[in-house]
Design a binder for this molecule. Structure first.
Ligand code: TXA
Ligand code: MG
Length: 331
């Protein structure tokens, strides 16, 4: 089938209430027609995700914002103009017509225009909003290739569009613009600083508050291997400790620390933070493919996209969001 027939088939599948996995620049999404509650329910059962967790609605044009959201602040239009299509999700007050199954009964809705040609073509052909979480089983590592999607969901998906490896590699930044004070809910490759630059004011991260942040579960993005976080100073010690317990151990790091134990496996990751984001989930999957029981990870620096990497790594280690912030201050 040629590309345009594939897109037509995928759009028809969505219209018929089916599930289509599609590439975005961040990770692969598991899509359904956002106006069809039965189709949306299938997303939750395919992922094994609790049904009260809200989904992101992917749209094709900025003008479609008003179909889904109301009371849209100027800041949302400014961020959309600057960063869409791109890895930014905005939480806005929802229109009354948006399905409860998409919003998890919240009075807000998450929206974004993804920046991937296949995703944009699919949105154009489908002609509506596509509700899509990351196309992984609940709590597991997000997929960054079509093969990963198949590994996660197999035949639970009706169509998988293959757009190669995702260029960003970690999920979009999420910013909540539904209240008077904008808040960062999930760090991503578009940083707080980049958004503050556009808006002319800085805003707070959600950590430390008790707002319900679905997906803010302490354990998330986890491979089967236990993830142990390390610094260059203590990596050797942590590797030896795990080896001493008889575990099959790997190290995810850009270079080898001094005295690297010969019975540990080195998973090499590039040094630049953008490259680390591109490779992180792929490397976590690789750790499972080669049967590691423990993966010691040297934490990246906490700047730019490094903040998002630290967030994902803390969750992969089961340490949660509030710990992320404390830990970020140490790294
Ligand atoms: O990069 C991405 O954002 C990918 C691609 C496919 O677009 N999608 C993704 O979706 O990461 P998901 O469902 O895995 O993560 C979206 C997060 C979830 O933690 C969800 O609970 C949260 O956004 N979310 C969605 N709607 C929300 C809302 N109204 N208020 C607060 N959080 C919301
Ligand atoms: Mg997810």
């Amino acid at each position: 089938m040629n590309r345009s027939d594939l897109i037509k088939q995928a759009a028809a599948t969505l219209h018929a209430g089916g599930l289509v996995a599609f590439p975005t620049e961040t990770v692969y999404g598991l899509g359904a027609d956002a106006t069809n509650p039965e189709a949306v329910k299938r997303i939750f059962s395919a992922k094994g995700r609790p049904s009260d967790h809200p989904l992101i609605v992917h749209i094709g044009e900025i003008g479609e914002l008003t179909k889904w959201a109301k009371d849209i602040p100027d800041s949302a239009w400014e961020l959309a103009k600057k960063f869409w299509p791109g890895p930014l999700t905005m939480i806005l007050r929802r229109n009354d017509t948006v399905c409860d199954s998409v919003t998890g009964m919240l009075d807000t809705v998450a929206l974004r225009i993804p920046e991937h040609p296949l995703a944009l073509e699919l949105l154009r052909e489908f002609g509506g909003g596509i509700a899509a979480p990351s196309a992984n089983r609940y709590g597991r590592v997000s997929p960054t290739s079509a093969e990963d999607v198949y590994e996660e969901l197999g035949d639970r998906v009706d169509v998988i569009l293959d757009g190669g490896r995702c260029s960003v590699g970690i999920e979009s930044t999420i910013v909540d613009l539904s209240a008077a004070v904008p808040r960062l809910l999930r760090p991503g490759s578009i940083t707080k600083e980049a958004m503050s630059h556009v808006l002319g004011f800085s805003f707070e991260a959600a950590e430390g508050t008790d707002i319900r942040y679905p997906g803010g579960d302490p354990s998330h993005y986890s491979p089967m291997a236990r993830v142990v976080l390390a610094t260059w100073e203590n990596a050797e010690e942590k590797l030896k400790e795990c080896l001493g317990n008889g575990e099959r151990v790997g190290l995810l790091a850009s270079h080898l620390p001094n005295n690297f134990p010969p019975d540990a496996v080195w998973l090499r990751i590039k040094c630049a933070l953008e490259e680390q984001a591109y490779e992180l989930y792929h490397s976590l999957r690789q750790a499972d493919h080669i049967g590691l029981q423990v993966l010691v990870v040297v934490m990246p620096e906490n700047s730019g996209i490094g903040q998002a990497l630290c967030d994902r790594l803390y969750r992969a280690a089961g340490l949660g969001f509030s710990n992320t912030i404390n830990a970020l201050e140490r790294h």
